[in-house]
Design a protein around this ligand. Structure first.
Ligand SMILES: [Ca+2]
Ligand SMILES: [Ca+2]
Ligand SMILES: [Ca+2]
Length: 169
């Protein structure tokens, strides 16, 4: 699939997400499958060995790489302007999410390393439907009716055992 086509799929998914709250309306039709969040573009870029699977190691390395990319002034926090720049580069803009407040859970206007790691690992768990710790391409494609709106996140929980934790875990 060309990049152009792929972008259209993502754009279409954004439009469809708006009506995703009524799965019953789709009951007489084939399920709609789509990419639902711009974070897919980032996760695909984590596949450094190009085996089409994003392994746990690749995810950890990718999170570190993206945090470093975002933290342009190297103060170990992502300020709003830094997030905006990062979002434009990595997520293709701020239209699709994940959004800054998805990361900044305590709404103190900065995204700490822990907040960044926690949010991305949470997204990994959401995508990892077979819970094998790696993400395959098919796991990024969802039924629209199963979509979790980007702004609704489960409360931040302590990193669980076996979680792909941050540098301190
Ligand atoms: Ca890989
Ligand atoms: Ca910073
Ligand atoms: Ca914060």
């Amino acid at each position: 699939m060309s990049i152009r086509t792929w972008a259209l799929v993502v754009g279409g998914a954004a439009a469809l997400t708006a009506c995703a709250s009524s799965p019953s309306e789709q009951s007489n039709e084939a399920p709609i499958r789509a990419l639902l969040s711009a974070d897919v573009m980032m996760f695909v870029s984590f596949d450094t060995n190009a085996d089409l699977s994003v392994s746990a190691d690749e995810i950890q390395a990718g999170i570190e790489r993206e945090f470093a990319r975002a933290d342009a002034n190297h103060d170990n926090q992502i300020q709003p302007i830094e997030f905006q720049n990062w979002s434009t580069l990595v997520l293709g803009g701020s239209a699709l999410g994940p959004f800054r407040l998805d990361f900044d859970r305590n709404v103190d206007n900065v995204i700490t390393r822990d907040e960044f790691v926690t949010e991305i690992n949470g997204r990994v768990r959401d995508y990892d439907t077979d819970s094998n710790g790696a993400l395959s391409r098919s796991e990024f494609v969802r039924l629209v009716g199963q979509a979790r709106p980007p702004s609704v996140r489960r409360p931040m929980a302590p990193m669980g055992p076996g979680g792909m934790g941050g540098p301190g875990s």
